[in-house]
Design a protein around this ligand. Structure first.
Ligand SMILES: [Zn+2]
Length: 227
């Protein structure tokens, strides 16, 4: 996949490689890496650099840091390549919504049971919670064709990974693999085209805050996005 335009920052990749990210953020990162050869190469380089630094650092054998790094490397080696083998496809887990079937990211393949049922949100949007440890809330968000979410800001950080289809806002159009980080500085109104739906995986660490006109009435519902 070559047309991914939005990637995690170097700092985030370094934290991932060092095993310093919380598990929910690591899931988001792993799902992006599965789709992004560019970031996989960056992680390889970071792992090599960190391994060399550890080798040069006189410290106790198998420090926590090294253990974390080894864990990440082992985990990374299990990462799938973009082309799955036919034999794998038969056993792949999928998620169904709107009479469509989407393959689950590899990192969630064995966690189907942690994905809740779909519920409807305002604006022709559906949400399925993924239970993870920690305070942040992970959701699959499905935007049907021609759907939109009123303009909102983020009270914390929101990470969105596009899995299929595309959506757009005032700033850009987001396609599969794009890893979008929104903070309280960002305000946007996501929407889909008439002929294109979109499936995303999102991680929110605080409820959304709706900012425009009547949509401010939605604020009591913003908790719907944060469960
Ligand atoms: Zn990337």
């Amino acid at each position: 996949m070559t047309d991914i335009r939005f990637h995690p920052t170097d700092d985030t990749l370094a934290c991932y490689t060092a095993g310093d990210l919380d598990s929910a953020s690591s899931i988001m990162l792993s799902a992006h890496l599965e789709m992004c050869s560019h970031c996989r190469a960056r992680v390889d380089t970071l792992e090599n650099t960190q391994a060399q630094q550890l080798a040069l650092t006189p410290s106790e054998p198998l420090s926590d840091e090294l253990n974390n790094l080894l864990g990440t490397i082992l985990c990374h080696q299990e990462m799938p390549q973009e082309e799955a083998h036919d034999s794998d496809k038969a056993t792949e887990a999928h998620i169904e919504v709107n009479s469509k079937t989407f393959r689950l990211p590899r990192v969630l393949q064995r966690h189907e049971d942690q994905i809740g049922p779909w519920s409807r949100l305002p604006g022709n949007i559906k949400r399925a919670n993924v239970s993870t440890s920690g305070h942040s809330k992970m959701n699959f968000i499905y935007m049907d064709c021609n759907s939109s979410l009123p303009q909102h800001t983020h009270q914390g950080q929101e990470i969105t990974l596009v899995l299929a289809g595309e959506f757009m806002d005032e700033h850009a159009t987001y396609k599969p693999g794009d890893f979008i980080i929104q903070t309280p500085k960002h305000q946007h109104s996501p929407k889909t085209r008439e002929d294109q739906d979109c499936l995303c995986l999102t991680l929110l660490d605080a409820p959304l805050h709706f900012t425009s006109g009547l949509a401010t009435l939605l604020n009591p519902f913003s908790q719907l996005f944060f469960r």
